[in-house]
Design a binder for this molecule. Structure first.
Ligand code: GCU
Length: 603
C-alpha cells in the first residue's frame, strides 16, 4: 500500500491529520545543537602558522604523505621533525586569529590548529564532530586521518566520527585557510575584515545511534490555524515511532516512521509570534531513547502589493544592519553576551527588524533576536563581483544557502532570505541568482526572498528601480548612499523614488560615516553633525516613498574593514556606525531612534 496512504491511515487512527510533506533536500546537519548533549572543544588550541602550506605540500607542491595532520612525535633523538604543536603558540577557539596576535593582524593564509581530547565511548552511541563555522576553508583530521573539507566561512558543518573516535586520547587537526580567491564566495574584495580561524564553537555531540537528525515545525504556508512539520530520524528500526508534543497547545502526536521520516499537520491556532509579543512554544520531539526540545514561534509573512504583512497585518520594518563584529574587543563575535549587547542596542534604537550582513551570523544571534521580537534578514555572501559564470562558485553559493536555511528553518524571527548584495547586472548574474531563488522556493515556502541592489537608475524625477532581479525576488532591497557617496545631504530630502515593480522595497542600506567625538559644521565630513544631517535628510526622503516597507540603515556599529585606511579617522574601521566600536553613541543614533519611536503616523 502506497506510503502516503499508509501514513494517512495511521495518523487518522491517532487523531492528527497528516500531510506527507515531501521533505526538502536540506543539508545533512543536526538540527538544534543547542539542546543536544555535547562536549565543548572550545578553548586554547595549539597552532602552527604556515604561510607556504609547508605542512601540506612538499617542495614540488604535491600533497605530502604525512603532513602536519599526523602530529608526528620524535621517537629517537635523531628523528627529523620540523614542527611540534606541543611547543607551538596557542589561539583561542572560538575566535579569529587577526585580533588575537599582533603578527596575525593582516594574516591571510594557512594556520594549523590542533586539539587533544580524551574520550570514553558509550554503548549505542553516535558521535558527531560539529563546527559552527571556520573561515574560510577547513581540512579536518581526526587522529591523523582526513574526515573531510568544508568551504564557506559562516555556516556549520559536521562529521560522523562514531567509527573513528578512540577510547582514550584523540587529537583533532584542522588546516584553516582564509586566503581570498576569485572563485570564492565572497570573492577577492569585501568591505569587512577577512577574520580567519575557527571563529565559532566546536562540539563533540553524542547521541543514541537512532536519533533525531532533523525536523521542521512551522505554520502551514499562508495559514495561521495549521502547524505542519516533519521529523527525520537516523538509524530508525522497523515499527519505530516518533512523538511530537506541544504541551501548551495540547498537541501530542505519535507517528510511524517510514524510512526514518514522518510528517504531521496539526489543526491548532497558536498565539502568533510578533515583535510586541515574541511568543515561543516549547516543542518536544522523542523517538527511541533520543529526545530534544526547541522553542518555536509561529507567524505568517507575506507581501501584498508593496506591503509586507506579518500575521496578515501590514508592518513597517524598523531596522538596522549589523556586522558580526564584537563590541569593545572587536574581531568576530564569540559570545552570547556580545550578541546581546548588539541586539539590545538595536532594541534601544526602537527596531523591530535587523539585517544580519553579509553572511549567516551565529545561531545564538538569531535565537536571541527571536526572543527579543526582532525580525531577521539573513544573507549569504554573494557580494559584489563574484564569478557568476563559474559553476563551482554557484555550487558553493548554493551550499551556503542550503545550510543557512537548514540551520535556521525553525526560527520564526527570520522573515527574509537574502541571496546577494550589490551585484552588477548581467545575464550570468540574473541566471545565478534566479537559480538560487528557485532553490529557496523548493526548500522553504514560509519566508520571503530578497537581495540588496544598488542598480537604481537616476531619472529626471529621481531614482527608478528597474533591475531585472526585481522580477525574481519578493522584496526589493535597495542600498542608497545619498548625501555620502553622491549628492549633498540636503539634496536627499527632495530625492524621489519610483519602481517598475509592484513589490515592497526595503532601504537595506542608507547612511554616512562619522568619527565618534569629532564635531563641526554639518558640511564637514566625518563629523557627527554631517552624519546626523545625512540621516535627517534621508529620513525626509524615506517619508515620500509610498512603496517602502522598511529600512535597515548601514550600520549599527563601526566595524573593521581593510578598505578603510584614512588615518586618525577610519584606522581600518568603516565609520558608518551609529555607535563606535567602543560603544559610544553618535548623534545620528538619536535621530534614527526618534524616527522609530515617535513617528507613529508612519508605522
Ligand atoms: C556597500 C556594502 C557594504 C559597505 C557599504 C559602505 O553598500 O554593501 O558592505 O560596507 O556599502 O560603503 O560602507
Amino acid at each position: 500500500m502506497k506510503l502516503i496512504k499508509k501514513i494517512l491511515l495511521l495518523s487518522l487512527l491517532n487523531g492528527s491529520v497528516v500531510l506527507f510533506a515531501q521533505e526538502p533536500e536540506l543539508a545533512d546537519l543536526l538540527q538544534n545543537i543547542e539542546s543536544r548533549e555535547k562536549i565543548s572543544l572550545d578553548g586554547n588550541w595549539d597552532v602552527i602558522i604556515d604561510p607556504l602550506e609547508n605542512g601540506y605540500y612538499n617542495h614540488w607542491l604535491t600533497p605530502k604523505k604525512e603532513g602536519y595532520n599526523v602530529n608526528k612525535k620524535m621517537k629517537s633523538p635523531s628523528d627529523l621533525i620540523e614542527y611540534n604543536f606541543d611547543t607551538s603558540p596557542q589561539l583561542t577557539v572560538p575566535g579569529d586569529w587577526n585580533t588575537q596576535m599582533e603578527k596575525l593582524y593582516y594574516y591571510e593564509g594557512t594556520i594549523w590548529y590542533k586539539k587533544d581530547f580524551s574520550y570514553t565511548p558509550e554503548a549505542d552511541e553516535q558521535v558527531y564532530l560539529y563546527f559552527e563555522a571556520v573561515n574560510y576553508e577547513a581540512m579536518v583530521y581526526l587522529n591523523g586521518e582526513l574526515l573531510g573539507t568544508h568551504i564557506g566561512g559562516y555556516t556549520p558543518f559536521q562529521f560522523d566520527i562514531s567509527n573513528k573516535i578512540k577510547n582514550g586520547n584523540n587529537f583533532i587537526v584542522v588546516k584553516v585557510d582564509n586566503k581570498r580567491k576569485r572563485e570564492n564566495v565572497p570573492t577577492l574584495n569585501q568591505d569587512w575584515w577577512n577574520y580567519g580561524g575557527i571563529t565559532r564553537s566546536v562540539h563533540l555531540i553524542s547521541m543514541p545511534v537512532s536519533h533525531i537528525a532533523d525536523y521542521s515545525v512551522q505554520l502551514a504556508k499562508g495559514k495561521n490555524d495549521t502547524i505542519e512539520g516533519w521529523v527525520k530520524v537516523k538509524n530508525s528500526a522497523p515499527g519505530q515511532t516518533v512523538r511530537v508534543t506541544i504541551p501548551e497547545l495540547n498537541q501530542d502526536v505519535t507517528l510511524p516512521l517510514e524510512n526514518g521520516k514522518a510528517a504531521f499537520s496539526l489543526e491548532v491556532s497558536p498565539t502568533l509570534w510578533e515583535p510586541d509579543n515574541p511568543k515561543l512554544y516549547e516543542v518536544l520531539i522523542e523517538t527511541g531513547s533520543d529526545h530534544l526540545k526547541d522553542n518555536i514561534g509561529f507567524r505568517t509573512i507575506e507581501t501584498r502589493g508593496s506591503s509586507i504583512l506579518l500575521n496578515g497585518k501590514n508592518i513597517f520594518l524598523k531596522g538596522i544592519s549589523i556586522h558580526e563584529e564584537a563590541p569593545f574587543k572587536t574581531g568576530r563575535v564569540t559570545s552570547k553576551e556580545e550578541c546581546l549587547i548588539l541586539l539590545n542596542w538595536a532594541k534601544e534604537l526602537g527596531c523591530n527588524f535587523i539585517r544580519l550582513a553579509h553572511y549567516p551570523h551565529n545561531e545564538t544571534m538569531v535565537r536571541e533576536a527571536e526572543k527579543m521580537g526582532l525580525m531577521v534578514w539573513s544573507e549569504i555572501p554573494v557580494y559584489w563581483t563574484i564569478l557568476f559564470d563559474n559553476p563551482d562558485t554557484y555550487t558553493n553559493a548554493e551550499n551556503q544557502l542550503v545550510t543557512m536555511i537548514s540551520r535556521d528553518k525553525n526560527r520564526a524571527a527570520i522573515v527574509l532570505w537574502s541571496l546577494a548584495n550589490e551585484t552588477p547586472e548581467s545575464d550570468a548574474r540574473y541566471a545565478f541568482i534566479s537559480k538560487l531563488a528557485q532553490k529557496v522556493r523548493s526548500l522553504d515556502q514560509t519566508r520571503l526572498i530578497t537581495a540588496a541592489l544598488d542598480s537604481q537608475t537616476e531619472g529626471e524625477n529621481g531614482n527608478i528601480i528597474e533591475d531585472r532581479l526585481g522580477e525574481v525576488i519578493d522584496v526589493i532591497g535597495i542600498n542608497s548612499y545619498c548625501g555620502w557617496y553622491g549628492g549633498s545631504p540636503e539634496s536627499c530630502a527632495t530625492l524621489r523614488w519610483a519602481s517598475k515593480f509592484d513589490k515592497p522595497m526595503i532601504m537595506s542600506e542608507v547612511g554616512g560615516g562619522a568619527l565618534y567625538g569629532l564635531h563641526g559644521e554639518t558640511n564637514e565630513r566625518w563629523t557627527e553633525e554631517y552624519q546626523a544631517d545625512v540621516y535627517l535628510n534621508n529620513i525626509e526622503m524615506i517619508r515620500h516613498i509610498d512603496f517602502l516597507a522598511g529600512i535597515s540603515p548601514w550600520i549599527l556599529m563601526d566595524f573593521r574593514s581593510p578598505r578603510r585606511s584614512l588615518n586618525r579617522i577610519q584606522d581600518d574601521f568603516n565609520r558608518k556606525g551609529l555607535i563606535s566600536e567602543q560603544g559610544r553613541k553618535k548623534q545620528a543614533f538619536f535621530i534614527l531612534q526618534d524616527f522609530y519611536l515617535n513617528e507613529n503616523n508612519q508605522f
